[in-house]
Design a protein around this ligand. Structure first.
Ligand SMILES: C[S@@+](CC[C@H](N)C(=O)[O-])C[C@H]1O[C@@H](n2cnc3c(N)ncnc32)[C@H](O)[C@@H]1O
Length: 334
């Protein structure tokens, strides 16, 4: 099966086209320092740093255009330590990847280091690459504040890692990162190119149509968003095994060297499910886009209610919020 164009596996709101907002799936722009609401976040958030690009326009061509557009300071993220997205996730993942001192690790689409920082703390030599200059700067500031000399962050595009030599890293990790880059065949080819023979590529990708939280948020959000532009390749296709096999196959990796596991990340939140929806509405790119579109159509209350119903139904905690979300872990043996 070739790359999906036009229609989406479950539809999704990643494409925008709400002007000036993030079209990606998560961490956007670290907000200016603010006091966290008591009992909800454990600390302050890194200051906002410069923006990289002007806001995307709805007329941007879909092909080749970054799908993740971290340009709007209003799109602050709740993906911070102590919140519902944290290095707990990275630790969970890295626990399953043998990490040794000196291992050369590339974290692709690293954000400000959710996975890269814990990997460095485990002794690896880490390079974090992200298309967003502000997140690269935030990552370097984190590394400096933590006194970590074995990690650095630099700007780069997963579709063209021209600053990296062939066969130069032992492990590429990309946790809900490279899936947001356009041109997935180029992304697979670049990840393979920079990995040493005997090395590995590990991706965490959300799964289209999965019944758990994130896929359902995206599905609901999509139904309130305008249709994607012609030629748009959904990031969610990275959660489809056949697509992944075809992309890495084109990069020279036989099917037998690709394995898939379904893993679960549980969002823990100290407030109610409705409060967590409010956080997603404020901080998470796809829901922000969907709410912007719904507000324009007078449907914001409907969207809010539908999401609250989803979060309530999936909550497994009696007195707070715990909601599992399944993702596809892809491991490629180079
Ligand atoms: C959902 S966030 C995940 C960040 C981080 N991996 C984490 O787990 O917190 C997606 C990240 O992918 C980055 N990204 C999107 N398109 C990219 C591209 N073409 N090349 C490199 N990074 C990209 C975004 O800037 C963003 O930091």
């Amino acid at each position: 099966m070739g790359p999906v164009s036009g229609s989406q596996p479950n539809g999704d709101p990643y494409h925008g086209p709400v002007k000036g907002v993030n079209r990606g799936g998560g961490r956007a722009v670290p907000r200016a320092p603010m006091k966290a609401p008591a009992g909800r976040f454990s600390g302050t958030v890194e200051p906002m740093v410069e923006h990289r690009r002007p806001p995307a326009s709805p007329s941007d061509p879909p092909a080749g255009a970054p799908l993740f557009d971290p340009v709007d300071p209003a799109q602050a993220s709740a993906f911070d330590e102590g919140s519902w997205w944290s290095s707990r996730f990275a630790t969970l993942l890295l626990d399953r990847i043998p990490m040794r001192k000196g291992l050369r690790v590339l974290d692709l689409g690293c954000g400000d280091g959710t996975t890269a920082v814990p990997a460095a703390q485990l002794g690896a030599e880490v390079l974090g690459v992200d298309v967003a200059a502000n997140l690269v700067a935030a990552g370097n500031a984190r590394a400096q504040a933590l006194g970590l000399a074995n990690i650095r962050f630099q700007e780069g595009d997963a579709t063209d890692l021209n600053a990296l030599d062939d066969e130069s890293v032992d492990l590429v990790v990309s946790i809900f990162g490279a899936m947001f880059a356009p041109k997935p065949f180029d992304v697979a080819s670049e990840m393979v190119r920079v990995t040493k023979p005997g090395g590995r590529i590990v991706m965490g990708n959300w799964i289209p149509n999965d019944p758990t939280l994130v896929a359902q948020i995206l599905k609901i959000s999509a139904s309130y968003s305008p249709p994607p532009p012609e030629g748009f390749v959904s990031p969610m296709t990275w959660g489809m095994e056949d697509e992944v096999v075809e992309r890495f196959g084109a990069a020279g990796i036989p099917k037998e060297r690709i394995s898939f596991q379904r893993n679960t990340y549980t969002f823990h939140y100290p407030g109610s499910p409705a409060e967590l929806v409010a956080d997603f509405r404020t901080y998470y790119g796809p829901t922000m886009n969907a709410f912007a579109a719904a507000e324009a159509n007078g449907r914001a209350d409907e969207l809010q209610a539908e999401l609250e119903q989803l979060f309530e139904a999936q909550n497994t905690s009696e007195d707070a919020t715990s909601i599992p979300a399944t993702f596809l872990r892809v491991t490629v043996q180079r």
